[in-house]
Ligand binder design. Structure first.
Ligand code: NAP
Length: 260
């Protein structure tokens, strides 16, 4: 028996809905993952700072909206306190990029904010949810970290963000080492260009600059990534999808894009 304390009862999973918590659910990949996991019959709890966006999704999909700022430990704790005692899936999605300045022009606040959400936020959420992920010994649970191709590639002006996503990669690998023997799967999803609010946020609301990122090429949609997440979390209990790198056909490397 590989897990002495772990007994997987197939019939139990038919009786109870699995619970998924999704961070950064107010737009983009997070919002599409809410839809995908509700469709896959999960009971979904979603968090972000923009409650108005979450309330729309709550109305549409029946998911539960909770305020969450992953950069604040008290907010993470409040979010987690509202979840059921047992949670099967945590999607660490909250994050993004700020700015595209070279290292010698770095804006320290932007770098700090990126670390706070992409790296520390992910670790805070995982730490706070860990007891709930292990609470039901009859089920395997799952942490899905949203990394990026920026987790193993670099580009000019991207150091603040690529360093964060390299850190996410290190954390995903370390989770698998530290939790070996526990019934928690760890998956990292590493997308290339996905058309969401990502570039608008990166460029401080400059829509023209954000749109130019995807000019003449066909990016991925948030639904493409949500589809992969749903697939990963619905594999049989003994199967762990370590990582998935998903790019548009028009993108060979983070900075090598075919434009028509
Ligand atoms: P997005 O549309 O901008 O979504 C980002 C989400 O993160 C929003 O829901 C935002 O919600 C939330 N968020 C940001 N800071 C937060 C905080 N402190 N606390 C809680 N929520 C926070 O962009 P996206 O593309 O879907 O990004 C989702 C993830 O995918 C990010 O980790 C990003 O790095 C990663 N990714 C994106 C791409 C891409 O090309 N789009 C590629 C690779 C990886 P609020 O502002 O309402 O809090």
């Amino acid at each position: 028996m590989p897990y002495p304390d772990f007994h997987y009862h197939k019939e139990f999973t038919f009786m109870t809905k699995k619970v998924a918590a999704i961070t950064g659910a107010s737009s983009g990949i997070g919002a599409e993952t809410v839809r995908a996991l509700v469709e896959a019959d999960f009971s979904v709890y979603m968090g972000a700072r923009r409650m108005s966006h979450l309330n729309v999704l709550a109305e549409k999909y029946g998911a539960i909206a909770l305020p969450l700022d992953v950069t604040q430990t008290y907010s993470v704790q409040q979010f987690v306190n509202e979840l059921p005692d047992s949670v099967q899936v945590l999607i660490n999605n909250a994050g993004g990029a700020l700015g595209l300045e070279p290292i010698v022009g770095m804006d320290e606040n932007q770098w700090l904010n990126m670390y706070q959400s992409n790296v520390l936020g992910l670790a805070r959420m995982s730490k706070a949810l860990y007891p709930r992920l292990l609470a039901d010994s009859s089920q395997v649970s799952h942490v899905v970290n949203i990394g990026s191709v920026a987790g193993f590639e670099t580009y000019v002006g991207g150091a603040g963000y690529t360093a964060c996503k390299h850190a996410v990669r290190a954390i995903s690998e370390t989770m698998r080492l530290e939790w070996l023997g526990k019934p928690i799967r760890v998956t990292e999803i590493d997308p290339g260009f996905v058309e969401t609010e990502f570039s608008l946020t990166r460029f401080g609301g400059d829509a023209a600059r954000a749109n130019s990122v995807y000019a003449g090429m066909e990016p991925l949609s948030a639904a493409d990534i949500a589809d992969a997440i749903r697939w990963a979390v619905t594999r049989p209990a003994h199967v762990n999808i370590d990582s998935m790198v998903i790019r548009p056909l028009d993108q060979a490397r983070v900075d090598k894009v075919f434009r028509r």
